[in-house]
Design a protein around this ligand. Structure first.
Ligand SMILES: *Cc1c(COP(=O)(O)O)cnc(C)c1O
Length: 413
């Protein structure tokens, strides 16, 4: 029986959500729109089976096709990133990070990263997260002037704490990451280097950002951001021994049965990422982000660090008005059909649920086919909406214009 017949309530909510996605501009930097092929694999009968273990070594019978599907995902991931080993089972980016940490450290060992407020991720040592409950995080800093990674502070923290792991890779950082420099410092203190490329993985494989390999000992990523696959995680390494510990720390270390329908969807997405068109996509994501940053700067906004080299930017709203908070701007923009998230700027005086900034990214809009000239119109919408925040009539007028624009850029098929 179809979903529509068997559960009209859920069917209707999904239909409405599809309409919401179709008629709004998605600027959340960590989101994207997957292809019909990826959705078809994710919604397939592969959800039915237990496949604990790895290809060729399962704990359940009937896994023949599952072995082939997982092997395809592994082989394509290795080809994409140019590395020797890949584990495609992590259910999410946070799970991938936990398993990587379990492979690289013993409980009580220390690592260094950047903290959440400076653009890091909660799985990089936020106090309520497993990474801080079981390990000991220390943090290096941004240079307060340039708002970019301060390598003097990375080296100083590394020498002070002698960590087992130096972690780089961020959730809200708009500049190129110099992986070679991180590796040089890791070598100085005999630490392993871990790169969490969750946000920029698609740019890396599309040739629009330098690769974390061969510098990083372990690379983790999500598969649903710029890689444009299903929600999930991925861990890679070139080291044979580390590969074995990673496999053990994913299963049985931190997960049970893999989500084989999602692994099939990862294989499909990696197949798409290997096509030449994906390079064009990655380059366009970056061009669109630069255009958005330039347009907003011209309208008086301040972009943290002065601009962007990748797919995202943090917009400091204070030059427009000291009273403007990130949360009210995000709510205002949603009324105009523009979906974003509020985000602290470096040394933000406001608390995390208010903030003085918003984070914007171009991966999803680029998937819909928007180019530089379209992005300039998006910047106009954003600016007009923010400046009309208490004028519901104007906001609803912009909402209609946004919906009209969206019709010109249908969802990918
Ligand atoms: C998004 C993100 C993650 C976690 O992804 P989830 O799938 O939400 O667990 C990990 N690290 C970084 C840097 C991220 O941006």
């Amino acid at each position: 029986m179809s979903l529509e017949q068997s559960d009209p309530q859920v069917f209707d909510l999904i239909r409405k959500e599809a309409q919401r996605q179709e008629s709004t501009l998605e600027l959340i930097a960590s989101e994207n729109h997957v292809s019909t092929a990826v959705r078809e694999a994710a919604g397939s009968v592969l959800t039915n089976k237990y496949a604990e273990g790895y290809p060729g070594a399962r704990y359940y019978q009937g896994c023949g096709y599952y072995d082939q599907v997982e092997q395809l995902a592994i082989d394509r991931a290795k080809q994409l990133f140019g590395c020797k080993h890949a584990n495609v089972q992590p259910h999410s980016g946070a799970n991938a990070n936990l398993a990587a940490m379990m492979a690289l450290m013993q409980p009580g060992d220390s690592f260094i990263s950047i903290n959440l407020a400076s653009g890091g991720h909660l799985s990089h040592g936020m106090k309520l997260n497993a990474s801080a409950i079981f390990y000991r995080p220390g943090h290096y800093e941004l240079d307060p002037k340039t708002e970019t990674i301060d390598f003097d502070s990375v080296r100083a923290k590394a020498k002070e704490l002698r960590p087992k792991v130096i972690l780089c890779g961020y959730s809200a950082y708009s500049r190129i990451i110099d992986f070679a420099r991180f590796r040089a410092i890791a070598d100085e203190v005999d630490a392993k280097m871990m790169a969490d490329v969750a946000h920029i993985a698609g740019l890396i494989v599309g040739g629009a950002h330098p690769s974390a390999f061969p510098h990083a000992h372990v690379v983790t990523t999500t598969t649903h951001k710029t890689l444009r696959g299903p929600r999930g995680g991925l861990i890679m390494t070139n080291d044979d021994d580390l590969a074995k510990s990673i496999n053990r720390s994913v299963f049985p270390g931190s997960q049970g049965g893999p989500l084989m329908h999602i692994i099939a969807a990862k294989a499909v997405a990696f197949g798409e990422d290997l096509r030449p068109e994906f390079k064009t996509y990655a380059a366009q994501v970056v061009k669109n982000a630069k255009t958005l940053a330039d347009s907003l700067t011209a309208k008086g906004y301040r972009i943290v660090s002065g601009g962007t080299d990748n797919h995202l930017m943090l917009v400091d709203l204070r030059p427009i008005s000291m009273d403007l908070t990130g949360v009210e701007v995000a709510v205002t923009l949603e009324k105009a059909g523009i979906i974003t998230n509020f985000n602290g700027v470096p040394n933000d005086p406001r608390p995390p649920r208010q903030t003085s900034g918003i984070r914007l990214g171009t991966p999803a809009l680029t998937t819909r086919g928007l180019k530089e000239n379209d992005i300039k119109l998006v910047a106009d919408f954003i600016d007009r909406a923010i400046r009309s925040k208490s004028d519901d009539a104007t906001l609803s007028k912009i909402r209609n214009e946004v919906a009209e624009m969206c019709k010109k850029f249908p969802m990918p098929h």
